[in-house]
Design a protein around this ligand. Structure first.
Ligand SMILES: Nc1ncnc2c1ncn2[C@@H]1O[C@H](COP(=O)(O)OP(=O)(O)OP(=O)(O)O)[C@@H](O)[C@H]1O
Ligand SMILES: N[C@@H](CCO)C(=O)O
Length: 324
């Protein structure tokens, strides 16, 4: 569960009085999610999400995230819209934490991922990249190549305790990625955490109905975001790679934003980087989450398997391209 900060009825009534969104009729903590405290807030006008930003979010980065959601919503992308108070301010404080209200999105994240979900995902991801091109704020990716080594150093001593040989696997992979990372590819705003729990669909529909959780968004290589999605969406629970899902993702993306030959050629290395990034953050959480914590850390081993898969790939053809 993820309600780290308790908010009383009086606190919420006082907070909502700063906005023109009606009177509170219900207010409930949301169990899903691990990073921030989220509440479903219903007023006599509409439903909203109230988020209190917890430790992992740097408060200095919040204007970027909220500004980006404002920008993308204005461009017609279905993402949470920050609600501004009567004074025009969207980012406030509640119970000692930075807090904001955003619009509630209907739809559900898919429980079982089917190939058609990956088609919708590719379209939505390319729309996000296109809509983000003229966003005028910049936030570097703290979790790209330069950030991986310090993260590794902070948990390398415990790596082999999670899986024998893991320290060497990561050390070798880091050295490879640091030497070969394709820094020159087209860049822009990326979501950077577009896992199935952050993508909504209406039942029986192929198109994405909404994207949420922009709190890892940043400026980085656009194709790196595709690699993150490929890892999160195109492997089956038994760790096998589903080439149909990958083909659907890449081909629907390409219909909205053309992928250059250089981006396509770089996909295997980007996918290795995307595997290492989530392997490292999961490894860190696995080692550092107290046993009695309210949240269960995600298993890093899943990303060892993904990394090993991409290490064996030498061209993007293995991801289903050219097979349509
Ligand atoms: N704008 C929204 N509309 C509808 N539901 C939302 C919205 N924002 C969040 N939720 C709900 O709250 C849950 C948690 O949100 P979110 O994923 O942003 O939390 P988080 O703590 O940042 O989690 P994580 O980083 O682990 O994915 C979502 O799974 C979804 O059910
Ligand atoms: N999506 C991340 C966790 C939330 O940021 C993961 O699966 O490791």
């Amino acid at each position: 569960m993820a309600v780290y900060t308790d908010v009383s009825d009086e606190d919420i009534a006082r907070f909502v009085a700063e906005y023109d969104i009606g009177n509170v009729i219900s207010f409930k903590g949301i169990a899903e999610g691990v990073e921030n405290t989220n509440f479903l807030l219903q007023t006599d006008q509409a439903s909203f999400i109230l988020t209190l930003y917890e430790k992992r979010v740097n408060p200095d980065d919040l204007p970027f995230y909220l500004g980006l959601m404002d920008h993308l919503s204005a461009k017609g992308l279905n993402c949470p819209t920050p609600i501004h108070g009567r004074d025009g301010v969207a980012l406030r404080r509640l119970c000692g934490r930075p807090a904001a209200i955003t619009s509630f999105l209907n739809g559900m994240s898919p429980r079982r991922i089917m190939p058609h979900h990956c088609t919708g995902l590719g379209t939505a991801l390319a729309q996000l990249h296109t809509a983000g091109q003229d966003f005028d704020m910049y936030l570097g990716n703290a979790l790209s190549v330069k950030g991986w080594r310090p993260l590794f150093e902070s948990c390398r001593a415990d790596a082999d305790g999670v899986q024998p040989g893991l320290e060497k696997l990561i050390e070798d992979e880091l050295a490879f990625l640091e030497a070969n990372w394709p820094h020159q590819l087209p860049a822009g705003v990326i979501h950077a955490d577009l896992f199935p729990d952050n993508v909504f669909f209406f039942p029986g529909k192929d198109d994405v109905s909404g994207l949420i959780d922009f709190y890892f968004a940043c400026n980085d290589l656009l194709a790196y975001d595709i690699a993150i999605c490929m890892n999160a969406w195109c492997f089956e629970p038994d760790n096998s790679f589903n080439v149909t899902k990958a083909r659907n993702l890449l081909s629907s993306y390409g219909k909205v934003r053309t992928l250059s030959d250089d981006e396509l050629a770089a996909l295997p290395i980007l996918a290795r980087g995307a595997s290492l990034r989530f392997l490292l953050t999961r490894l860190y959480d696995w080692i550092n989450t107290p046993k009695d914590a309210l949240v269960t850390p995600k298993n890093p081993r899943e990303y060892i398997n993904k990394l090993r898969f991409h290490q064996r790939i030498d061209s993007a053809g293995a991801y289903g391209l050219g097979e349509e």
